[in-house]
Design a protein. Sequence first.
Length: 244
Amino acid sequence: MLQNKAAVVTGAAKGIGFAIARTLVEHGARVVIADIDTAAADQAAKALGGESAAIAVGCDVTDPEAVAAAVRACTEAFGSLDVMVNNAGITRDATLRKMTEGDFDAVIAVHLKGAWLGTRAAAEVMREQGSGSIVNISSISGKVGMIGQTNYSSAKAGLVGLTKAAAKELAFRGVRVNAVQPGLIRTEMTAALREDIWNAKVAEVPMGRAGEPEEVANTVLFLASDLSSYTTGCVLEVAGGRFI
Ligand code: NAD
């Protein structure tokens, strides 16, 4: 489905990002693993088969130069940039009473500004190519708002606005921009949750279980490929029916 296509996936050293990178590679794409954790990114690229399939680039998505360099690495190594997945993320959960400005700024910077920088850098290339698919990883936390996540819910809701505005700007150049809102997915990020909180979240899911990173990756594959050729500015939930 992605033969001769090249992709950048941010935050792809592990978790959902790694699953996305692996799925894109399985479907023929070559992928730049852009992650702040350079050692883990190197390992991830090796695990995906090395240079013919994936290369690692150390990249802090809050740094405009680093994001531009990741995109450049893709066009230089693979000749194009067909898919950009803005996935890198962190959490700094706390109630409003306890959340510091630093916690707020850090989460907005990585998720919202990072995705804006990624969208801007990818659009530069894709506009000229006349084709491309940008996928922003939001969260259902941005749809419903979650206690302890005023920073994260703000950033993830902001990503929806970014996605729709960019989709309108880029559609006439053949570039599509969509967002995915995962629910509770089993990764290191959610492994940090207390067991009673994890169980309470699972109880909210009509399908009765957490999702796996591969299930998010398959939805990204759909948005990245021509299967979704007439879909732009859209938000797809991958949440087992939670908060519909
Ligand atoms: P994770 O913590 O397992 O992986 C996040 C990756 O992002 C790591 O490899 C980390 O090194 C990288 N990263 C962090 N800050 C970075 C930065 N400044 N620049 C570049 N890379 C950076 O997290 P995950 O669960 O795989 O989450 C991936 C995305 O999916 C995030 O955007 C997250 O908000 C979103 N999401 C996750 C869930 C879930 O349940 N796990 C649900 C909804 C949305």
